[in-house]
Ligand binder design. Structure first.
Ligand code: HEM
Length: 190
């Protein structure tokens, strides 16, 4: 019941680690590491968020699966927080509006921005008040997470010198979605 503050503390640890290392050893751990690590954590938490529904469908009666379901929005918001930090790191590094606008012509940067733009309304509406107000449209709106996830992983593939790691994550995303669709089809829920 009171596990939310503890969960947030745990979710903040990688962020503290990134900032701590950057602050303590800026020569060893610079922009390159910070942008990669913040991107990784945003992507991992996104996968974790998307895995909650299939896990809940497979382990319906388990208390831990229900706990995860209750905290699905926290995981999603945490993913967004890392994506926002990732974006701030990029913006601070580029420092000029001209450079930032010019780089929109780089496909992986544009795709990153598109993913980010899709995540904004999801993060804003990941609270009880928005859920109550939006009623049935909440679920419809939050289906945007699927195109946003695809854009995120396309961003990763296109940004990487060696995209193997990105493809491994796409395979994990595909497994998560296949399990979800299979379990939903079997249990006739959406
Ligand atoms: C707001 C627009 C975004 C910009 C400008 C941006 C920028 C970047 C940059 C510059 C890199 C480093 C590429 C390199 O290795 O040289 C990167 C990598 C990455 N970004 Fe983004 N990004 C954006 C949005 C996102 C979002 C929304 C996510 C996830 C939800 C994300 C996840 C990643 C991941 C996973 C990587 C690869 C990290 C790695 O190599 O391990 N990015 N991004």
């Amino acid at each position: 019941m009171h596990s939310r503050p503890f969960l947030w503390l745990v979710l903040a640890l990688p962020g503290a680690w990134i900032l701590g290392r950057w602050g303590a050893t800026p020569d060893l751990y610079g922009y390159g590491h910070a942008i990669a690590d913040s991107g990784d954590w945003a992507a991992w938490l996104l996968l974790a968020t998307l895995a909650v529904t299939p896990v809940r469908l497979l382990f319906r009666r388990r208390a831990w699966a229900q706990w995860l379901m209750r905290h699905r929005r926290d995981l999603g918001v945490a993913s967004f927080a890392y994506a926002a930090g990732h974006t701030v790191i990029y913006l601070v590094r580029k420092a000029s509006l001209e450079t930032i606008v010019n780089e929109l012509s780089t496909p992986y940067i544009l795709i990153g921005w598109l993913a980010f733009v899709l995540f904004v309304p999801l993060a804003i509406t990941s609270n009880d008040i928005a859920m109550r107000r939006l009623k049935r449209s909440w679920k419809r709106l939050h289906r945007l997470v699927y195109p946003a996830a695809i854009l995120t992983f396309a961003h990763w593939v296109l940004s990487a010198y060696d995209p193997t790691t990105a493809w491994i994550h796409i395979a994990i995303l595909a497994v998560i979605e296949l399990v979800r669709l299979g379990a939903q089809w079997r249990q006739r829920v959406t």
